[in-house]
Design a protein around this ligand. Structure first.
Ligand code: HEM
Length: 323
């Protein structure tokens, strides 16, 4: 069963102070644990990436630019390095977004998607190394020597593409008091966990202090045109926001929400730095009151409750949802 899902539940803002909550107690326990929070993931890179390797062949940027299809392979450049990432595309956690850099230089893109600025990401990239750019090309500054005249055009085109990517983030909400409330794991997409001191100060974590886990930019949603599509591979139903709020009963529940990667930083310490992914400390968790309609009711009303075995969700920020 294929479905398209967007955040139905809304947190109620009302603050309820209960000093001895279960979550608060658990989190407070961790404050005194041996693990210290990593304040920022994008820092202290120790992996050598994109440095010239004299034993590898040289490819011009013009050659790299020819590799933008599955048949020819997907190549890209980073610093002095040339990479063939064809076999990585299917495994990329950010999906087909990676193809935006096919045939181009990666720097500007990663300046925007800043969560790539981590050792393990650079290690992965180096696994796909096939060569060097010719000497004299400095990525990111459009400096070139010798016969690489086509390169300037490629670089400008790349720059324009990156400006389009920046636009993707234009609907990200303004976030206030970030330093006070969060440890930021990446700026774009914005990922941040609530500081333990903030978590334990209230039973319900207020919306503006709730941890944020984005995989992409925040999409623009016009509520009047919004449609929730639910399909089973044979037919697709479409519900408007009014359909959802008027045709179904809504419920409010209080529940803890945790990112499945919460405390990955500690796990990573135990496993000598081999665990990949954002190094969350203890704060990718929060308590909230959630209000919305029940998925079960929606599936039942559309007659989809009998045949399906599981439900797969796609968010509106998903670049290539249909598989
Ligand atoms: C235009 C180029 C690229 C874009 C727009 C892009 C986009 C993204 C996005 C949106 C995510 C987040 C997915 C999530 O949070 O679930 C991501 C994660 C990731 N990307 Fe890329 N990507 C690009 C290029 C690459 C390349 C060339 C590599 C390596 C060969 C790479 C390696 C990774 C890795 C390892 C992660 C997971 C990071 C983590 O552990 O949290 N990306 N990418």
């Amino acid at each position: 069963m294929r479905s398209r899902f967007t955040f139905l539940f809304r947190q109620k803002l009302k603050l309820q102070i209960i000093t001895t909550s279960l979550t608060g107690g658990l989190v407070a326990g961790y404050i005194f644990s041996k693990y210290k929070p990593i304040v920022h993931a994008e820092t202290d890179i120790s992996v050598k990436v994109g440095e010239r390797i004299s034993t590898l062949p040289t490819y011009s940027m013009t050659e790299v630019a020819k590799h933008t299809t599955a048949e020819k392979g997907y190549w890209l450049a980073y610093k002095d390095g040339v990479y063939d990432i064809t076999s990585y595309v299917e495994n990329h956690p950010g999906g087909k977004m990676v193809l935006r850099s096919a045939g181009k230089a990666l720097e500007a893109c990663w300046k925007i998607f800043t969560m790539h600025d981590m050792d393990h990401v650079y290690e992965i990239l180096e696994e796909y190394r096939i060569g060097n750019l010719p000497p004299g090309i400095i990525i990111g500054k459009a400096l070139l020597f010798g016969k690489e005249n086509n390169f300037l055009g490629e670089r400008e085109a790349n720059q324009r593409e990156q400006e389009k990517i920046t636009d993707l983030f234009q609907y990200d909400p303004e976030r206030l008091n970030i330093k006070e409330n969060f440890f930021v794991r990446s700026k774009r997409p914005f990922n941040a966990e609530t500081k333990p001191s903030v978590l334990v100060s209230s039973f319900i974590t207020p919306v503006e202090q709730f941890f944020v886990r984005n995989h992409m930019h925040v999409p623009f949603v016009n509520i009047n045109e919004y449609k929730l599509e639910i399909g089973n591979g044979k037919s697709t139903h479409s519900l408007s926001f009014d359909d959802l709020t008027e045709k179904y009963q809504s419920y409010t529940i209080t529940s803890t929400l945790a990112c499945s990667g919460n405390r990955r930083g500690a796990m990573n310490n135990e496993e000598q730095g081999t665990i990949r992914g954002a190094p969350w400390y203890v704060g990718a968790i929060g308590n909230a009151r959630w209000t919305g309609v029940r998925l079960r009711d929606v599936l039942q009303s559309l007659g989809l409750d009998k045949e399906g075995k599981y439900v797969q969700f796609y968010g509106l920020d998903c670049e290539t949802p249909k598989r």
